[in-house]
Write a new protein. Structure first.
Lengths: 261, 261
């Protein structure tokens, strides 16, 4: 792929955010259609394509979801105390009613019968596939300028009731989708100092869980921390980037720092 | 984002394949580093970043994985009979030893303690996050010209033993990674007539599982099937595409068909 195409993919990945603030502008059907087709082209175990998409615009059902969310949020809050609790309560965690639409991505295990190529040993593989569809959808939305927020504080049984989802179908992701005023430079939970981005080198192992070094392991561990690996793709464009607002500290350093810094 | 960047993202999505045939060329550390950083920038519940990456080059361990795979493949095969079984046995399902490297993506639930923002109701959310990391990795690899194959026919306990993975760490994805002779036009399981791509419109619901129509639902259902939604992004480039080999029937029609067909 050309450097431009590569950069397009990496731009979507590094500038994607979990969005909770939306503007009310409607999402054109054509844009939504592209985003859904992108999701449908995710990998799936045995090519089972286990996903479905429930497009939710109905306000009454969304109010019910919001009501359940508020209850669950209190339960979630009860895990935290002191400063951590104060921070939690200050965070806006969803845009269920503000977003012009919500979208539920579900998983139907054994869609074509119980015999699935690749599904002997790992029972959750179809749910994994559905997550890949959510990932594609999220990145395509970002490329289209659409924000997506994943609301995980809501019970599957309740979603099943509100949306008449059959018992054998798993609601994997409840998403809020819409245009945004801005994509934050950093993940919201990072700028709110809820958690920090882990250094990538801390996540690397070589040949076994205990193998933190190997002959060439040091090289890779250095490289994942290095802005140098992005120079070819990003550096020239960075200083004169047309969208300085979205060039943030969360993207690899080479994106936001001019060459030579 | 510019149309070029958007196209880059969609190219990666539509041309990504589950690869089982690799050429032995080494993957440069710099390329592997970019792909891993892309994975690390996936969304995660409560910004927990629950993933780790075990880079596997050791041949002896890979032989053990291959041995276990072969056992599990026999179990998987036993689900099928007749023509279906013949097809199954003819499929190459992994490139564990041929690929220059394997990569295990794991999930550590409760990495920063049991209190996780967003994790009251859905226990699997950290595994979902890990799948999003795998999705990013797969797309970044495709943009870099690297093939990735997800080997799901292998037991977690066995992986845990071979790679000394602690019990509380979940091996989510066992991946084979390397350069390829070609990215097939269609998913292998589609061209082998193992399964067909489902029509996207069959996967749409409106406002509830039973809602297959709504006022504007027909429009969206038509659009997800229509090459028209891709014209602005793909049509001009399609007839003179520089890589006709990779322009396949699996990508939206507008990519492979010149305008006016």
């Amino acid at each position: 792929m050309s450097a431009e195409y590569q950069r397009g993919l990496y731009e979507a990945i590094f500038r994607r955010r979990d969005i909770r603030k939306f503007i009310p502008d409607a999402v054109p059907d054509e844009v939504l259609a592209r985003v859904i087709v992108a999701a449908h082209h995710a990998a799936s175990v045995g090519f089972t394509q286990p996903w479905d998409f429930i497009v939710v615009r109905d306000t009454e059902r969304r109010r019910e979801v919001k009501r359940v969310f508020e209850q669950e949020r209190v339960i979630n809050a009860a895990q935290f105390t002191g400063d951590r609790l104060r921070k939690f309560l200050a965070l806006k965690l969803e845009g269920i009613l503000e977003a012009p639409l919500n979208l539920i991505v579900t998983c139907e295990p054994d869609r074509f019968g119980p015999a699935v190529l690749g599904k002997v040993s790992i029972r959750e593989v179809e749910v994994y596939s559905t997550c890949l569809a959510v990932g594609n959808l999220w990145l395509a939305a970002r490329a289209e300028g659409l924000g997506v927020g994943w609301v995980s504080i809501v019970r599957n049984e309740t979603l099943g009731e509100i949306f008449s989802i059959p018992n054998h179908i798993i609601p994997v992701a409840y998403l809020c989708i819409g245009y945004v005023e801005a994509f934050p430079d950093q993940p919201v939970l990072e700028s709110a100092e809820w958690a920090a981005r882990m250094p990538a080198r801390a996540l690397l192992h070589f040949d076994s869980w205990k193998g933190s070094t190997e002959s060439d392991g040091h090289t890779l561990a250095d490289l994942v921390q290095s802005p140098e690996i992005w120079r070819g793709l990003f550096a020239d464009a960075a200083p004169s980037d047309a969208e300085p607002r979205t060039v943030g500290t969360d993207v690899p350093n080479a994106i936001s720092k001019p060459r030579g810094e």
